[in-house]
Ligand binder design. Structure first.
Ligand code: SF4
Length: 256
């Protein structure tokens, strides 16, 4: 960066309870090189004083691993859904040198407090499509079925999902009106459908995705694949699963 600022200006949309009105608080944080948004929030927690000198409370947000693995620190940073841990302050200053950094909670999930939102809907959707490998009991089942290397290669990128819900936030179809399950759930259905042991539930998953809020709600805007921080091949997973859902519907028409 040519000239680093001495102060970082930050605007944060805050909400003390799920029903409270949202207010914007401004902060002025001394610049340090190589900060990410999580360390910026850490600076505020160490000294919770607004830019006007008023004492306030530390910002509430979810975070755990701090290395883009747990998926919990997704938020709107300068209006774009991204991870607080992997978004660097230097990059944001370079993009918009004259603007404060704005932080807000994801807009499509209920706010718990400040930047923390309730993303339970993703986990409910994963239950609907049975995104797991079924095992029976806790005893030793021996080695699992072997997988072709080609299957492993196709499955691996899908296994990188960190449940951050960014794909749902940016999807124009993900809303209470459609109840669309979202790209992450479809990708996980595909991941487990390709698993030799998980595929015993494949028909259940495809039928679930043919129901309300299922794959037919996808408008193929492709925002999900652009925004996914782990570069999952979401559009490919959606198109292949869409075809399989259709085939399952035809099969059920003649056999059920
Ligand atoms: Fe996040 Fe990508 Fe998983 Fe969606 S598919 S939850 S954007 S990691």
């Amino acid at each position: 960066m040519a000239t680093a600022p001495s102060t970082i200006h930050v605007e944060i949309l805050r909400q003390s309870t799920p029903d409270a009105a949202a207010v914007t608080e401004r902060f002025a944080i001394p610049y340090r090189p190589n900060m990410n948004i999580t360390s910026l929030l850490g600076e505020i927690a160490l000294n919770p004083i607004t830019a006007d000198g008023a004492p306030t409370t530390p910002i509430t947000y979810d975070s755990n691993c701090l290395e883009e693995i747990c998926g919990s620190c997704a938020m709107l940073i300068n209006g774009r859904a991204r991870m607080a841990c992997s978004t660097l302050v230097d990059t944001l200053i370079k993009e918009h040198p004259d603007k404060p950094i704005s932080l807000a909670p994801l807009s499509k999930f209920p706010v718990v407090r400040d930047l923390a939102v309730d993303r339970a809907v993703l986990f409910q959707n994963l239950k609907v499509v049975k995104a797991w490998v079924p095992i029976d009991g806790t005893y030793d089942l021996g080695p699992g079925p072997r997988q072709f290397p080609q299957t492993q290669e196709a499955r691996y990128p899908l296994s990188n999902c960190i449940s951050c819900t960014i794909c749902m936030e940016v999807c124009p179809q993900f809303s209470e009106d459609t109840n669309f399950v979202g790209a992450a759930t479809i990708a996980q259905a595909r991941l487990f459908n390709m698993d030799p042991a998980g595929s015993v539930l494949k028909e259940d998953r495809l039928r679930a995705l043919a129901g309300e809020g299922g794959i037919q709600e996808c408008g193929y805007a492709q925002n999900c694949v652009e925004a996914c921080p782990k570069q999952l091949p979401l559009t490919e997973a959606i198109s292949i699963t869409g075809r399989e859902v259709l085939l399952q519907q035809v099969k059920d028409l003649f056999t059920r």
